[in-house]
Design a protein around this ligand. Sequence first.
Ligand code: PSU
Ligand code: MN
Length: 344
Amino acid sequence: MRLPSTLRRLPNLSTRSRGLATLRPRPAGFAQFLKISDEVKSALNAGQPVVALESAIYTHGFPHPQNLELAQDIEAVIRAHGAVPATICMLNGKAVVGLSSKEMEQMTDSANHKEKMKVSRRDLAFALGTAMNDPTRSLVGGTTIAGTSVIAHLAGIKVFATGGLGGVHRGVEKTMDVSADLTELGRTPVAVVCAGSKAFLDLERTLEYLETEGVYVGTFGSDMYPAFYSREAGIKSPSVVRDAKEAASIIYASHALGLTSGQLFANPIPSEFEIPNSEIQSIIKSAVSAAESAGASGKDNTPFILADILRRTEGRSIKANRGLILNNAKMGAQVAVELSKLEG
Ligand code: PSU
Ligand code: MN
């Protein structure tokens, strides 16, 4: 039967958002650069929940061997909440999605690294392209939120859990330093669960930038945007999300509408691990000026400040960092589980 022309123009209403290929066709040829583990591959094919994880926090944030322990603990939390973890990094000339225990050790231990790189969107083609011609080159790349999101999307993963989002840096008027994490969220449909952004960034401008990029930002159970170590830093969250189920429906709606941007779900640090904003502020101030005096700008700015805060808080920040990241892993898994139910 021929449908009237008005009806023929309607979209197919039964189309589910499963498989992001429907949102934006994936490029031909990307698969040669990805090594997806069998576990992640079969979970994705079966529509089971998968949570992407970044690796710059291990290569450029946490010291060894705490980083290995943390990486394993995060994956265990995700499994315990019913999802498959997919840690993403660059190893042996490939973007690896889902690491074996051997690969996990290789990535987290700098002693194994001939060449180590912090990999954001701009670095992906360099890291993978140059390895094509030089198989002896052993580059270990820790992917940032931006770099991880690109690879997660290519692999077909929709939910990503991490610690803190990059942002607009203080002094942006002089430096133009705006993390590529923000533009990535604007252009790639991956939902990021994080504990907000560190207060060494300009949080108000970070939220303004995300709005310009068309990124949904919601905070779980609070109308204040969290600041990583602190549950709040006096800045309102653009929106409030009740729970994982509600987050999943927001992601579902975003995909169904064909919005090609991502979503940011901020999850305040659990109170027992919190370092209140009043305490961390002066430490942050010192770390920011130390970075300035040391000339640590560009891609070295964030790692420098992170390491400096670590020194100044004598390990208390590591505890906080662990606490919030494990909390985000749990939430990320719950969101992925709810999303896979909606996608049925
Ligand atoms: N902020 C944190 N912890 C981190 C990072 C940022 O509080 O570990 C890392 C993340 O990998 C993030 C990256 O994606 O730094 C942002 O770096 P840049 O500011 O150079 O874009
Ligand atoms: Mn930067």
